[in-house]
Design a protein around this ligand. Structure first.
Ligand code: PXG
Length: 289
């Protein structure tokens, strides 16, 4: 496995950062989880835009332009001869002293690109749907750490994941600071009821898969809404599904013990999954190995 580190390719064993890296010391940095399908990196430009937006707010400047970053991702896939891959792009603030102050860092962010084969959810989950719960840990409020930032600081989502796992569930709904449904620990959430597809308008990451599903729904004239959503609306929806780079679209059939719709993956959910899977064939940056 060849890992991209600051413009060079190194073996996994040599791919190391300093214990003084502020990504390690404070979670000070940003990341992206990206996927390639049969030689097409799905919505790579959008992932890179989101990464640079997070870096902009964190005041981390990287010596690569966006097109150069896109090239680096593609180059890493080519080096590893991967046509279908999970790509983890990480930018840390780099080394500094033991204090918080980013001005005392040396201004040399670490740029790391790891590519690997993807691990997927089991097939049964797509056929039968998933049961999830709401957990006590909420998503960060925007005035603290805005959930729009895909920062290396994912502790509140990790706590939520632990709470879900302790209760025997693999995903969980996180509410926002006002008590509205925000998203799941690593996925966005959608509900469908009476002809409209709705997804939370705030308190969540602007998922690339979410954006694609909204585009696809608009294109086939399904009404879409980005708005505040309560748990009651989720419980009483006709359909529910989650979206994310790894999961694509995964049907949800039970939430907090309430059966959603008829307890089976919904017609619109499966239609959107099919449309999404066909979008992954073309919607992105194509590369040759
Ligand atoms: N919400 C959160 C909080 C996320 O971290 C999504 C939604 C979905 O976004 P995309 O752009 O993927 O449609 C994410 C994505 C993983 C993993 O390895 C995935 C994510 C974060 C950390 C790990 O499955 N997130």
């Amino acid at each position: 496995m060849k890992i991209y580190m600051n413009g060079e390719f190194v073996e996994r064993e040599q791919a190391k950062v300093s214990v003084f890296d502020h990504g390690l010391l404070y979670g000070d940095g940003a990341f992206e989880g990206i996927r390639s399908y049969n030689g097409v990196v799905f919505r790579l430009a959008e992932h890179i835009d989101r990464l640079y937006e997070t870096l902009h707010t964190l005041l981390i400047s990287v010596p690569l332009t966006r097109p150069q970053m896109i090239k680096a991702v593609v180059h890493t896939l080519q080096k590893n001869k991967l046509r279908d891959a999970y790509i983890r792009l990480v930018v840390t603030r780099g080394e500094g002293d033991l204090g918080l102050d980013p001005r005392k860092c040396y201004g040399k962010p670490n740029i790391i690109i790891i590519t690997d084969k993807i691990t997927l959810y089991p097939k049964e989950l797509y056929q039968n749907g998933m049961a999830i719960i709401t957990v006590p840990t909420i998503r960060n409020c925007p005035e603290a750490l805005n959930p729009m930032l895909k920062s290396l600081n994912y502790l509140n989502n990790i706590l939520a994941k632990i709470e879900a796992a302790n209760s025997g569930f693999s995903e969980a709904i996180m509410l926002d600071h006002l008590g509205f449904v925000a998203e799941c620990t690593g996925d966005n959430i959608f509900i469908y009821k009476k002809g409209a597809l709705s997804t939370p308008s705030q308190g969540r990451l602007k998922g690339i898969t979410r954006e694609c599903v909204l585009d696809l729904a608009n294109r086939c004239k399904i009404k879409t809404e980005e708005r505040l959503i309560t748990r009651h609306e989720v419980y009483t929806a006709d359909e529910c599904f989650l979206t994310g780079t790894a999961a694509e679209l995964i049907p949800v059939v039970k939430v907090d013990g309430r059966i959603i719709g008829d307890g089976k993956p919904g017609v619109v959910t499966l239609k959107m999954l099919k449309l999404f899977q066909s979008a992954t064939k073309t919607d992105g940056v194509r590369y040759e190995i």
